[in-house]
Design a protein around this ligand. Structure first.
Ligand code: SAH
Length: 396
C-alpha cells in the first residue's frame, strides 16, 4: 500500500493553496488524473505545469486528496514511524507521556500532526484509533507496528474504533476491535482525578481529552458555587467543580448511559459525596426553569453542526441555550460556554453568544477565551483544525 499508484494534475491556477501547505485538494481543482485513482489510494499531485505539489490519500467527495507530505516521498513504514515519533515526542515534551497525574491524552491529532484522517487517543496504555479515511484504514497494520515501535513498553493495546468514522460512501464494512493486545475498560487519571473510560461503548474514543485544561479552570471558579454541568457526558467538569469546593454540583445529560458513568466516576473520586446529583434530561427542558438556582453554569454541547448546511440551525441552538443560562443565572454568576463544531467559526460562535447576552438584558463580560489544549495542536496552514472554542463569562 506504500506504492504511489496514480497521478493527479490540477487545473491551471489551482495550486495556490497547496503551495501554502493547506493539506486538502478539493475535487473541483482537479484537471486530470492518470492511473484511475480509487478511494484510499496514494497519489502524487502536480500543478498544471507538471510541478510536484504533494503526496496524499485519495477520497471520494469534495475533499479529493488529503496531503500527507509536501515532499516527494513514498509512505512506507519508516515514513509513518517518523511521523508518529514526532507526535509522541511532542507529547513527551508537553510532559504528558510520563506523568503521574495525567495518563490520558491525544497522541495523534490528524492534520495537526501531519496525519489527516487519523486520531489516536492514549488511555493509560491503550491507544484508541479512529480512522476517518480509507487511506489510513488500508495502512492500519503499519500504523500499529509503528505505534508499538515508537511507544514501546508503555503501549499495551491498540483498539480500532473506526466503524462509524470511515466514510460511508466507501462502503467498507469495518468492525471495531483490538488490533493489538487486549484490554477492557480502564481507569485513567486526569490531573489526579480518576475516570473509568469505556472505549467499547463510549462516544468518540471514549473520553473527551480536549477539555482537560478548561476543566481545571472550572475547578478554580467553583469555590462555594452552585454548579450546573449541562451536557456532562462522563462528568468531567463535575469532579473538578467538586474538587474546587463547589457547594453543590448537578450533572445533566440526555443519555442515561452517560449519567450512569458520571455517577460511577463520582463514586470513584468522592465516595458518598452528597453535593453531587445527576439527572437524565434534555438540556432545553431542564433549563426552562432554573431561575437563580446556580452561580456557575457549564454548557458543553455536542457539535450541533457537523456539516456546513447545518450552521444556521446550530447557531440558533447555541443562542437558545446561552440565552437560558444568562437569563437565569444568579447575579455574579459564571458561564463556561463551548462549541466543538468545526464548521462554526470562532467569530460566529461569539456572535451567537453575544446576541444571547443581549436578549437576556444582563451585563455580561468576558473573563477568559478558551480553546483546545496543546495535545490537540493546530497546523497553522489548516486553521479548520481549531475546532474547540469557549468563553468564560461573568454575568451581572
Ligand atoms: N462535557 C463533556 C462532553 C460533552 S459531549 C465532557 O467534558 O466530557 C456532549 C454530550 O451532550 C453527550 O454526552 C450527549 O449525550 C449530550 N447531549 C446531546 N444532546 C443533548 C440534549 N439535547 N440535552 C442534554 N444532553 C445532550
Amino acid at each position: 500500500m506504500a506504492e504511489i499508484i496514480a497521478k493527479i494534475s490540477l487545473k491551471p491556477g489551482k495550486e495556490q493553496s497547496l503551495k501554502r501547505f493547506h493539506p486538502w485538494v478539493f475535487s473541483g481543482a482537479i484537471g486530470k488524473s492518470e492511473g484511475n485513482p480509487e478511494e484510499g489510494d496514494v497519489v502524487n499531485v502536480y500543478s498544471a505545469g507538471g510541478e510536484f505539489l504533494g503526496m496524499g490519500h485519495c477520497q471520494i467527495g469534495s475533499i479529493a486528496v488529503r496531503i500527507l507530505s509536501f515532499e516527494e516521498v513514498v509512505p512506507d513504514f519508516n515514513f509513518w514511524k517518523m511521523k508518529i515519533e514526532k507526535a509522541w515526542n511532542l507529547r513527551k515534551s508537553l510532559g504528558l507521556a510520563e506523568n503521574a497525574q495525567t495518563n490520558v491524552f491525544r497522541l495523534i491529532n490528524a492534520e495537526g500532526d501531519g496525519m489527516p484522517g487519523l486520531i489516536v487517543d492514549f488511555y493509560n496504555g491503550t491507544a484508541v484509533i479512529q480512522m476517518h479515511t480509507v487511506g489510513m484504514f488500508l495502512v492500519r497494520e503499519m500504523l500499529v507496528e509503528a505505534l508499538k515501535n515508537v511507544v514501546g513498553e508503555q503501549l499495551k493495546a491498540v483498539y480500532d474504533k473506526s466503524a462509524k468514522t470511515l466514510p460511508y460512501k466507501a462502503d467498507i464494512s469495518s468492525e471495531d476491535g483490538y488490533l493489538f493486545g487486549k484490554g477492557k475498560e480502564t481507569e485513567v487519571l486526569e490531573n489526579g482525578l480518576r475516570f473509568r473510560v469505556d472505549w467499547l461503548e463510549g462516544q468518540k474514543t471514549g473520553f473527551f481529552t480536549d477539555q482537560r485544561e478548561n476543566r481545571l479552570l472550572v475547578q478554580h471558579f467553583a469555590q462555594n458555587r452552585d454548579v450546573l454541568n449541562m451536557f456532562c457526558y462522563t462528568g468531567g467538569f463535575s469532579f473538578y467543580a467538586l474538587k474546587g469546593g463547589a457547594r453543590l454540583v448537578h450533572s445533566v445529560d440526555s443519555s442515561a448511559k452517560a449519567i450512569g458513568l458520571a455517577k460511577e466516576n463520582v463514586e470513584l473520586n468522592f465516595p458518598d459525596d452528597t453535593r453531587h446529583e445527576a439527572f437524565t434530561a434534555d438540556a432545553f427542558e431542564f433549563m426552562r426553569d432554573i431561575k437563580n438556582k446556580y452561580d456557575l453554569i457549564i454548557l458543553d454541547p455536542p457539535a450541533f453542526a457537523k456539516h456546513r448546511d447545518a450552521v444556521h440551525q446550530a447557531l440558533q441552538a447555541y443562542k437558545r441555550i446561552n440565552t437560558r443560562a444568562f437569563e437565569q443565572i444568579r447575579n455574579g454568576g459564571i458561564v463556561f460556554t463551548f462549541s466543538c463544531s468545526q464548521v462554526v467559526s470562532k467569530e460566529r460562535f461569539r456572535e451567537a453568544v453575544f446576541s444571547a447576552a443581549a436578549i437576556s438584558g444582563r451585563n455580561v463580560r468576558i473573563l477568559h477565551q478558551l480553546t483546545q489544549p496543546a495535545d490537540h495542536p493546530v497546523n497553522i496552514y489548516h486553521p479548520e483544525g481549531e475546532y474547540l472554542k469557549g468563553l468564560v463569562l461573568y454575568v451581572e
